[in-house]
Design a protein around this ligand. Structure first.
Ligand code: NZQ
Ligand code: ZN
Length: 393
């Protein structure tokens, strides 16, 4: 087992109706002025925003609101939110929504804490944050895991770059998680969310070394649980137990738990998807399923024992005489699962058909964003990334 540090400081309050306690829980954090940040309107239509605002009123917490965060959240909205929060004197950003709203909130929180710098510098990897305002959330979709992760991802619409920033300073103080709130999700978003949850563990699973028996069993259990419940939600979207399993998996899959003791994290599929998100504005989880099978077939020989273990322990493949065949059967089985929940497994199915010029631009940007190379299953360079995009067409 490789040495590791595990830091999961987020207070999680989980269950039916817990959003009614938002005001009191924030009060316990000692804040009295809050910016409520939300997305394109689902929380308005469901009445959640009003309920959360009422809970803050009851607790005597002053608040202002800013909606309009879009999936693949934009830098311009971060700047607008920063200005509003500053004028209002907000002491905490409360995200009411999913990964996009939480990430926009984290970026605002960084900007508020260090007003002398341009917040985009953090995402362009030009500097490291030294401070961050507190952030909390009322989660409405199980997917990105931003509620417990140290990451946020912002798109600079001026440059078309979608970039992540990882830093423990942005980990949420409080995550309020009621699985019932996710029952209004369109089926496509539920499935894309389940895909993203699985991918956060898969990105940690395909590594080169380290004995991590317990971590592996946690990872495999999480993957199997998400697959099982994603299928249940296809037919029964209001199933509370399935919603609850998936929501908790969302947090555990990206709070580092499922990779502890490994020799690193791969995250190449995420890197490739972020370029698709920046250029074509695709749904994150769907972009991931569209590139993963091609990535897997490109790298599996260099990480064979892990792909075999995955095939047998997660996808229930009966081992074949040849390890390569077993690995490929595992990849095909996950591809079939993605199809079964109506997720794309090629770029065409995703609805994008990049030109060769666009492929080269995405590969160059992906490699540049990663400092030239990326990956633990197999270290990949710009030419490899372009090859995977071509395989995924
Ligand atoms: O904007 P509204 O109207 O709320 O609609 C949203 C949005 O259209 C809708 N939605 C959310 N909850 C709903 C609902 N609709 C009905 N009922 C509900 N209860 O779902 C759509 C997607 O929301 P979004 O927040 O974009 O989803 P997700 O949580 O998947 O977040 C995606 C973003 O997170 C980033 C992705 O790249 C993408 O930008 N990621 C962030 C990570 C992190 N911070 O740790 C890690 C991930 O790998 C990922 O990169
Ligand atoms: Zn993701």
């Amino acid at each position: 087992m490789f040495d590791f540090e595990f830091f999961a400081p987020t207070r999680v309050v989980f269950g039916r109706g817990v959003e009614a306690r938002t005001g009191r829980l924030l009060k316990e954090l000692g804040v009295s002025r809050v910016l409520i940040h939300y997305g394109g309107g689902s929380v308005v239509r469901s009445g959640l925003l009003d309920r959360v605002a009422a809970s803050l009123d009851e607790a005597g917490i002053a608040h202002t609101q800013l909606g309009g965060v879009v999936p693949n959240p934009r830098l311009s909205k971060v700047r607008e939110g920063t200005e509003l929060a500053r004028q209002f004197g907000a002491e905490l950003i409360l995200a009411v929504g999913g990964g996009s709203v939480i990430d926009s909130s984290k970026a605002i929180a960084y900007a508020l804490a260090e007003p002398e710098y341009d917040v985009w510098d953090l995402y362009a990897q030009k500097r490291t944050a030294k401070a961050c305002f507190p952030v909390a959330c009322v989660l409405t979709i199980a997917a990105a895991g931003s509620e417990m992760s140290n990451s946020s991802v912002i798109t600079n619409e001026e440059t078309g770059e979608k970039r992540g920033c990882r830093n423990n300073l942005c980990r949420l103080k409080l995550a309020i998680m009621n699985p019932e709130l996710t029952a209004t999700l369109p089926a496509y978003q539920t499935a894309a969310g389940c895909t993203d949850i699985m991918m956060h563990t898969l990105e940690r699973y395909f590594t080169q070394g380290g004995n991590m028996e317990l971590t592996d069993r946690i990872a495999e259990g999480l993957l199997r649980t998400v697959m099982k419940n994603a299928l249940i939600l296809q037919d029964d979207p209001a199933n509370y137990e399935a919603r609850a399993e998936v929501m908790w998996a969302s947090s555990l899959s990206h709070n580092d738990l499922t990779g502890l003791g490994a020799d690193g994290m791969d995250f190449v599929s995420h890197g490739l998807e972020h370029e698709l998100g920046g250029m074509f504005d695709v749904t994150h989880g769907a972009g991931l399923s569209a590139v993963w099978p091609s990535w897997a077939r490109y790298v599996y020989r260099d990480c064979l024992s892990r792909f075999v273990q995955f095939a047998v322990n997660v996808m229930d493949v009966t081992p074949k005489a040849d390890d390569g065949e077993t690995a490929l059967a595992g990849i095909a089985a996950l591809e079939d699962f993605f199809r079964s929940i109506h997720m794309p497994v090629t770029l065409k199915e995703l609805g994008v058909e990049p030109t060769e010029e666009q492929i080269l631009a995405m590969a160059a940007s992906c490699a540049r964003g990663a400092g030239g190379k990326k990956g633990t299953a197999k270290v990949l360079y710009e030419a490899d990334m372009a090859a995977i995009y071509r395989m995924a067409l």
